[in-house]
Ligand binder design. Structure first.
Ligand code: HEC
Length: 234
């Protein structure tokens, strides 16, 4: 897993567009939408990434400059923009060619030139992780995700013991791959957890179980670092 290498602070602006002339400034950037998408490595995300710049009263600001940066290999269109009449800045994003978690940062400056920013994540998923995503959507997310979606009502609130979101790296990064495989295959009691976590050994084959584990590692925040992997310093 190359996630760490991808988000290890090496931010590269991806284009040298002509300087924009901001006519206003705000104090905060909020996310409007487009984060946490899953795409193939090197593909363009289906939804654009959208931010809004607000002033200190929470009102949208038109004409503020927003710049977006990310790890090497990510392409933004545009890379800088002025917020529109709704105070929003919209960026199309093409992911880098390596699968992993990509942290993207939108930044702007207040009236005193002091920068403020917001960082979101997108995921470049290889084949195995895509399969894992589909397994999650089909079998797991109804209990593991708190939020209901258009197509699925969450069962989370009905559970007496609460499962964790797969992106909860503080929990998931501490569980070994072999324990993950055990609880997924044999259910909660196999590792002294609640029987509300059902066994999937009859439903998922080994490849699908490994795929959902790969997906869990992909979306982990903080990122998952495989034990024993040593990263070169720049
Ligand atoms: C019917 C609800 C339900 C479904 C569906 C479900 N889980 Fe769970 N899961 C739970 C509950 C409840 C726990 C917490 C058990 C505990 O902490 O004792 C849990 C715990 C886990 C854990 C241990 C870490 C944690 O979150 O506490 C893993 C790993 C896990 N589930 C994986 C999966 C996978 C993979 C799927 C889909 C293939 C899945 N679960 C589907 C209810 C569910």
């Amino acid at each position: 897993m190359l996630a760490l290498a991808l988000c290890a602070g090496c931010k590269h602006p991806t284009s040298s567009a002509p300087a924009l002339k901001p006519t206003a400034s705000g104090t905060a950037i909020v996310l409007v939408g487009g984060d946490k998408q899953l795409g193939s490595p090197g593909s363009r995300l289906s939804q654009p990434l959208q931010f809004q710049v607000n002033d200190n009263l929470g009102n949208a600001v038109t004409g503020a400059e927003v710049e977006i940066t990310g790890p090497k290999g990510v392409i933004f269109d545009p890379a800088q923009v002025l917020t529109d009449e709704n105070g929003q800045a919209t960026f199309k994003v093409r992911l880098g060619g390596i699968s992993g978690r990509y942290e993207l940062t939108a930044s702007s400056r207040d009236a005193h030139g002091k920068p403020f920013s917001l960082t979101v994540a997108e995921f470049a998923a290889g084949y195995q992780e895509q399969v894992g995503y589909e397994v999650n959507e089909k079998y797991c997310s109804r209990c593991h995700d708190q939020d209901s979606t258009v197509t699925q009502v969450s069962n989370y609130d009905n559970l007496a013991v609460k499962p964790h979101s797969f992106s909860n790296g503080d929990v998931y990064n501490k569980i070994t791959a072999s324990d993950l495989a055990t609880i997924i295959t044999h259910g909660g009691p196999a590792i002294n957890r609640s029987a509300l976590m059902p066994p999937y050994g009859w439903t998922l084959n080994k490849a699908e179980t490994q795929a959902v584990i790969a997906y869990i590692r992909l979306v982990s925040d903080p990122p998952y670092v495989a034990p024993g992997v040593v990263y070169a310093k720049h």
